[in-house]
Design a protein around this ligand. Structure first.
Ligand SMILES: [Zn+2]
Length: 452
């Protein structure tokens, strides 16, 4: 029996707690991305094409060498509403793109419709929903460019010039999926550093309303995840037939942020969520259980949990104030550190090899180092700069905690050295806005994790 099928059986018996894969002294510190739907600029973008089927998705484009786009099945001459208000630019000769309608939004973001058969009026400021042109794409027709059949190609370009997936930017309620991530891009990816950085996309596609956190089943093994998939807590793991999911049967608030970790005494994942203004603790102890803690939080709280032995610790940014949250034999506690943070900014908590609780926060476009010394808490800006809102994940390390960040699609490694902080792209890319979750195993030299 393979290790995975053995674990499948144990999980179905609700007894991962007793699984034999516990390594003495092994600790895994997990965290989840907390940035669903908040990673993008405030410009309102709708998807006017939700009624059309997609013939060629974002990753279909990228995987064949395109810069990316979404192709909608659409008959020639279909009116095309503006996805956003902005300045309309008309291009009669956009190379392989053919006739192209570009809308330049106030924040510099551009929307482009390609392969059109014609335009509706001239260059002007257009309101969202106004018809800007007509679809085309028939092979050889004027304006079709390289298109070989009727369709609409749509993509966005950031102010910085990076082409991005429009479905990552459309708001909920406009036909997008939950937080706006399209199904095709909800693909689980495996992040690793064995023999250089790797980012491999799996075949596992998760629904729109998924939050997750990675954890390690043991040193050297593929990370797993616990995921809140449309309100049901699921185990996500690699089996002999690829990545798959298994339900725990436990209900959660759909969309509730997760932090996942594993303590040395417990082979199973421990899951922390913020629901109904409270921290909840979920774990497998002869069946999955979910308990409210005594810790209450505001509606504007980001958090990161970690463990020191069997004691649980967290750093909470509760509406701009840093709190230390911990559980010990006497129950749950929430202590005010007297340190102010930028409200809503994300942070990472880890137990360093020396046993101290430390953290990194991303606020005011800069990574800050959080630590206690001489009886007080400190939050010191580092020289590493990243835009506030960048998806981050972290782990403990010798010296200072480390981060991996999705910096506008470039998977970037952030670490401190005695001569300053480094912020270096790994050469691996992902969709901007995709969340990361690391398996921060101090004992292991490699950084591994999952992307979603
Ligand atoms: Zn296309």
């Amino acid at each position: 029996m393979s290790p995975e099928s053995r674990n499948r059986r144990q999980f179905s018996r609700r007894s991962l707690l007793r699984a034999g894969s516990v390594a003495a002294g092994f600790a895994a510190f997990g965290r989840s991305g907390l940035l669903i739907g908040t990673a993008h600029a405030a410009e309102t973008i709708i998807n006017p094409f939700t009624g059309y089927s997609i013939s060629d998705g974002w990753w279909d484009h990228v995987n064949r060498g395109s810069l990316g786009g979404i192709d909608y099945v659409m008959g020639v001459g279909t009116p095309l509403p503006a996805c956003a208000s902005g300045q309309l630019r008309i291009d009669w000769n956009n190379g392989t793109g053919g006739y192209t309608a570009t809308i330049v939004m106030a924040n510099g973001m551009r929307s482009q419709y390609l392969h059109l058969s014609g335009f509706n009026g001239g260059e002007r400021y257009v309101q969202q929903g106004e018809i800007v042109g007509y679809s085309g794409g028939a092979a050889g027709a004027p304006g079709s460019g390289s298109s070989t059949g009727p369709h609409l190609h749509w993509h966005l370009v950031t102010a910085g010039g990076t082409r991005v997936n429009p479905l990552d930017y459309v708001g909920a309620g406009s036909g997008g999926t939950g937080g706006g991530l399209p199904l095709e891009d909800r693909r689980l990816g495996h992040l690793g550093t064995a023999g250089g950085w790797a980012h491999m996309l799996s075949n596992l596609v998760l629904p729109g309303n998924t939050t997750y956190g990675a954890f390690s089943p043991g040193p050297g093994q593929s990370p797993r995840a616990m995921a809140n998939i449309d309100g049901v807590m699921m185990l996500v793991y690699a089996g002999s037939n690829g990545w798959t999911t298994m339900s725990s049967g436990l209900a959660m608030d759909p969309g509730a942020p997760l932090n996942v970790l594993r303590t040395p005494a417990n082979a199973s994942a421990q899951i922390f969520t913020l629901e109904d203004g409270r921290l909840w603790h979920t774990f497998d102890g002869n069946g999955w259980k979910k308990f409210p803690s005594s810790v209450t939080v505001s509606g504007n709280c980001t958090f990161s949990m970690t463990a020191n032995g069997t004691d649980l610790h967290g750093l909470f940014n509760d509406n701009g104030r840093l709190f230390h949250v911990w559980a010990d034999g006497s129950g749950w506690h929430k202590g005010d550190t007297q340190v102010d943070l930028q409200p809503g900014s994300d942070l990472v908590a880890v137990i360093q090899p020396d046993g101290s609780l430390q953290g990194l926060s991303l606020e005011f476009s800069r990574v800050h180092h959080i630590f206690g010394a001489n009886g007080r808490w400190n939050r010191i800006p580092t020289t590493a700069s990243l835009p506030t809102g960048t998806p981050i994940a972290g782990r403990a390390a010798y010296g200072w905690p480390q981060l991996v960040a999705n910096h506008n699609g470039a998977i970037t490694h952030v670490w401190g050295t005695s001569s300053g902080w480094m912020c270096v792209p790994t050469g691996q890319t992902t969709n901007p806005g995709r969340r990361l979750s690391l398996v921060p195993d101090v004992a292991s030299a490699s950084l591994v994790g999952l992307t979603l």
